[in-house]
Design a protein. Structure first.
Length: 314
């Protein structure tokens, strides 16, 4: 636990998996003197009060950000621009304003024009999550050994970036700084395209008339189970991600389509050598991910939570 809070008052706008995990981790590590939150739904606000995770639950975004030293928007990317406009007049001079969206170019374009020059805008993307959502889904260990990417626009005070870096690091994250556009290109291939493929494959299985839904569920092998986990992610969030990062996603999708055509030709021609070479190269990527601690080499079926420093939502 920190001897001194990193911020006296932290405001979280939105309280799902990421917002709830920030609140739990910040509380556990003593990173905030006070945590205040709000959510669009009255039902969600009531549940957060029942959970007792934060110090104060308020009804509006304007109330939440009042006197806050750090404001984090934990809402879908498409909602961030309007909320920035809504809270702008109520922000404390010197406050750091951030978010948790997985697209950064659109966040900068949508939020920056509304924010006063007296605040510091440091967008962030914690590359962590599960398929669960809602106020009960968060857990303090979510960010341990996971990356959080900061994408401060040009001219942002370096001290503000350093303070936010220290905040995320104290919650267990490894922190990297890059430009918003480069972030979006990297995440298009490592996150956005895999989600698009997962949604497609699970949808194809659902529409396949010759195979019943019960058979798809009953005989799911490890690969398909992984796809269903990804495809269970929040629909609103991912709709906004693909619309906000469509240029980079379409570029990566075009490259993927070309590679898929090469594999199609190899299978059609019986070219085992081409298939073996491709699978060998991709196997090395997997081993690299395990070696740097971003996943475990343990068998996935029945894998116990906590092997990666995480535990499931309660």
């Amino acid at each position: 636990m920190s001897a001194q809070p990193h911020f006296q008052r932290v405001a979280l706008i939105g309280f799902g998996l990421i917002g709830g995990s920030i609140a739990r981790a910040a509380k556990l590590q003593g990173l905030a003197g006070e945590i205040v939150t709000t959510a669009r739904s009255e039902k969600t606000r009531a549940r957060v009060m029942e959970l007792g995770i934060v110090d104060q639950v308020v009804a509006t975004n304007a109330e939440a950000v009042k006197d806050a030293d750090l404001v984090i928007l934990c809402i879908p990317v498409g909602a961030c621009g309007p909320v920035a406009q809504e809270i702008a007049a109520h922000l404390k001079p010197g406050a750091i304003i951030s978010d948790v969206g997985s697209v950064k170019g659109a966040i900068v374009r949508d939020m920056a024009p509304h924010l006063p020059k007296s605040v510091h805008f440091v967008p962030a993307h914690p590359v962590a999550g599960t398929e669960h959502s809602g106020p009960d889904s968060g857990f303090a260990e979510l960010f341990i050994n996971r990356w959080c990417i900061l994408t401060p626009p040009e001219g942002v005070d370096a001290t503000a970036t350093d303070r936010l870096r220290a905040f995320w690091a104290a919650m267990g994250a490894k922190v990297e700084v890059m430009t918003p556009d480069h972030h979006d290109l990297v995440l298009a291939i490592t996150s956005h395209l895999p989600h698009l493929i997962a949604y497609t494959i699970v949808g194809t299985a659902d529409e396949l008339a010759q195979v019943t839904e019960s058979e798809v569920i009953k005989f799911s092998a490890g690969g398909f189970r992984d796809f269903t986990r990804i495809a269970a992610s929040d629909p609103t969030m991912w709709r906004d991600v693909f619309l906000a990062n469509k240029e980079a996603v379409l570029e990566m999708l075009g490259t993927f389509t070309e590679d898929l055509a090469k594999l199609t030709r190899a299978i059609r021609r019986g070219d085992g050598e081409a298939l073996f070479d491709h699978f060998t190269r991709t196997r090395a990527i997997r081993r690299g991910i395990v070696e740097i601690g971003q996943d475990s080499a343990a068998a996935d079926f029945g894998r116990q939570h906590g092997q990666l420093g995480r535990k499931p939502p309660q």
